[in-house]
Design a protein around this ligand. Structure first.
Ligand code: AMP
Length: 302
């Protein structure tokens, strides 16, 4: 275990024992956790900042969870940047970083017992990535038990994941509050993602179509669901380098397509392949006479 050299340097724990000792020291006030797969960027930093506003202590976990990657996915090439990750954690005043290896998290190999995401885990991302959300919820459950937070912060960027973690906490009685943090974007609208480093310059230019499409849809939310879908799709089809996996306007709790008569909050979500990179993005919209993008999409957030 690395112990702090100054008040702003987090304790870094690699093992369960190191984590237990460091966690026991955080006994004066609320503890928040921010779970990540590393390759930290300003989106992750925003989660930490928001957590720090409410909680006395912040734990960041950095763990590339093999259980949530499919056999043909990007686990082996996923960016690993632990030094700069720790620098960001230090800059943001994180108390404790838990960065275990897979054999620490899964000492007996792949767990035979896993958390099932249920039907909400089979649609959208789950349809393209079978078993993904069971892998996510299994590791989230384990990390919640290990870190014992009062508050846990997740990004709206991964809206389906956030919804499923909320449902798990409620359905399985995890004693904590799940808090959502708005998506942080680059100045040109691209949602920040650790996977953006895979994008070539022409991919990156093309990838802007995702946020542009969401914006175009959200802007005419007052005209109803089919107008929103049509406007967003028109932007995407104009960009030949973007291969759309799905573009949906769904109810934020059920993830079912909203009918034409629907009024209220909905989620406009997209997944697409750009070059070799699979990207996702979404924006909450309010359908109806007072419709439009909800505050979470009004420009870049710090
Ligand atoms: P990841 O490391 O990609 O698994 O993400 C860790 C956490 O950061 C998840 O809760 C994500 O939803 C969140 N996150 C990732 N990208 C962003 C972003 N651009 N803005 C806000 N939160 C984000």
């Amino acid at each position: 275990m690395t112990t702090p050299t100054s008040t702003s340097t987090p304790v870094v724990a690699h093992t369960r024992e190191e984590l237990a000792v460091a966690r026991a020291a955080l006994d004066d006030g609320d503890v928040a956790v921010v779970m990540t797969m590393g390759a930290l960027h300003e989106g992750h930093a925003s989660l930490i900042k928001v957590a720090r506003r409410r909680a006395r202590h912040v734990i960041v976990t950095i763990f590339l969870n093999p259980l949530q990657f499919g056999p043909r996915e990007d686990l082996s090439r996923y960016p690993r940047t632990i030094d700069s990750d720790l620098a960001i954690c230090a800059r943001e005043g994180v108390d404790l970083v838990f960065t275990p290896s897979p054999d620490v998290v899964y000492p007996d190999g792949d767990p035979g017992v896993r958390v099932s995401a249920g039907p909400l885990g089979d649609v959208l991302e789950g349809q393209s990535r079978p078993g993904h959300f069971d892998g996510v919820l299994t590791v989230v459950g384990k990390l919640l038990h290990l870190t014992r937070p009062d508050l846990a912060y997740y990004g709206q960027k991964d809206a389906q994941q956030l919804l499923l973690i909320r449902r798990m906490a409620r359905d399985l009685d995890f004693p904590l509050e799940v808090v959502a943090v708005p998506t942080v974007r680059e100045a040109d609208g691209l949602a920040m993602s650790s996977r953006n480093v895979y994008l070539t310059p022409s991919d990156r230019e093309a990838a802007l179509a995702l946020s542009r499409a969401l914006h175009a849809g959200a802007e005419i939310a007052a005209e109803g669901p089919s107008a929103v879908r049509r406007a967003a799709r028109a932007v995407l089809v104009a960009e030949p380098l973007v291969l759309v996996d799905y573009l949906v306007l769904v109810h934020p709790e059920t993830l079912e397509d909203v009918p034409e008569w629907y009024r209220g909050e909905a989620l406009l979500a997209v997944a697409a392949r750009v070059g070799t990179t699979r990207l996702i993005d979404n924006v909450p919209v309010r359908l109806g006479p007072d419709g439009g993008a909800l505050p979470a999409f009004s420009g870049s957030q710090g």
